[in-house]
Design a binder for this molecule. Structure first.
Ligand code: ATP
Length: 364
């Protein structure tokens, strides 16, 4: 089922919880709504579910405007954070509950529950109550309940946040696999960028009620169009430093952290028409694109070494500035607080943002 949100807003007095949201979702697509706390993700989801009435705008499911359609008639499956399983009911009773509400005959309920349980491998748990199930099993029961009525749309609200890290990893893959298999259009609310990046076909990044970006995970990571997206997607986050652009003959230079970097032609071309050549900018480079190298362009002093397991994160004071930047070094590189270091960056991986509008000067 295709979904279209058009000019969708929800206001609480002066607060615009959701502000003029335009979001088209393709049939069978998995879209993550990602953003910091309070950006309007849950409000959007509740409007999709029919629990909240929009202040303005239109919600379309396929060709139909559903603004006034009550929740029970929207044919939506919901999988929420707390699972919301009824504790006094068995797993089976929980799973078939949506069908019982629709007065589906007992034999058909049993048949449908068994079919879904087989896919989710929870058939042997039917007689247990939620208290007798692990977090992951409860999660799968909740998913089965969301799927049993053959919904047109699945809505997820931070469904993995109660699980431990390992279980989150496996359940993430499982949800994604099932969503693909069933081909149900899904909207998944999360503030966890890893979940969004690993699961979604497209990510809608929200900020203060507005849609900040809407693109594939790869696009958001490789070509962030705003400073907010650049700093929100990626862990550890992108380094952002004040810098100045200057023209030296044919060359475009970026003055940053006491060094002058030549912008590769491929990026300099992208600037054309986008800038007067001499200006203040915000320079961005991801920690993974900065590695220690005796011939590196940026000199600095190590403030801190944080072991991340697979590699070490160096917190470096660059040049004579007080600005700290993060770089990744192989484990056992021998850096300690106070070490002098040179960092090499791949100039093709540079990002530049307008210091006032905070929009990318390279990607639009
Ligand atoms: P979180 O990740 O913390 O759940 P969220 O992105 O889901 O956040 P929403 O719950 O959608 O954010 O809230 C968006 C904004 O609307 C917030 O500023 C919130 O305080 C406000 N808001 C939500 N519900 C109400 C309400 N009933 N009355 C007034 N303001 C509300």
């Amino acid at each position: 089922m295709e979904i279209r949100l058009e000019g969708l807003s929800k206001h609480y007095g002066q607060v615009a919880a959701v502000d003029n949201l335009e979001l088209p979702v393709r049939d069978g697509e998995f879209v993550a709504l990602l953003g910091p706390s309070g950006c309007g993700k849950t409000t959007t989801l509740l409007m999709l579910a029919g629990i909240l009435r929009p202040t303005a705008g239109t919600i379309r499911f396929g060709d139909k405007v559903v603004n006034l359609v009550p929740p029970q008639e929207r044919n939506i499956g919901m999988v929420f954070q707390s699972y919301a399983l009824y504790p006094h009911m068995t797993a089976y009773q929980n799973i078939v509950y949506p069908l019982r509400l629709r007065k589906v005959p007992e034999a058909e309920m049993r048949q449908r529950a068994e079919k879904i349980a087989e896919r989710l491998e929870i058939g042997s748990l039917f007689s247990r109550k939620p208290g007798e199930l692990s977090g992951g099993q409860q999660q799968r029961v909740a998913l089965a309940r969301g799927l049993i009525k053959h919904p047109d749309i699945l809505l997820f609200d931070e469904p993995l946040s109660n699980l431990d890290a390992r279980l989150r990893l496996t359940t993430r893959g499982e949800i994604k696999r099932l969503q693909r298999e069933f081909g149900i259009t899904s909207i998944y609310v999360t503030h966890d960028q890893v979940e969004a990046l690993t699961m979604a076909d497209r990510i809608a990044v929200m900020k203060a009620g507005k849609l900040e970006a809407y693109a594939t995970p790869n696009e958001l990571y490789e070509r962030p169009r705003t400073r907010f997206v650049a700093s929100f997607i990626g862990h550890p986050p992108m380094n952002l430093l004040p810098a100045a652009l200057a023209q030296a003959g044919e060359k475009t230079l970026v003055h940053v952290a006491d060094t002058a970097l030549e912008l590769p032609a491929s990026l300099a071309q992208r600037l054309n028409g986008n800038s007067q050549s001499e200006r203040e900018v915000l320079f961005g480079i991801r920690p993974e694109d900065l590695v220690p190298d005796p011939d590196g362009q940026i000199a600095g002093e190590v403030d801190l070494v944080e072991p991340l397991g697979r590699e070490d994160m160096l917190v470096v004071r660059a040049g004579n500035t007080q600005t700290q930047i993060h770089a990744l070094a192989p484990v056992g590189s021998g850096f300690t607080t106070g070490s002098q270091v040179r960092l090499r960056l791949d100039p093709e991986r540079i990002h530049l943002f307008d210091s006032i509008t905070e929009r990318s000067l390279l990607w639009s």
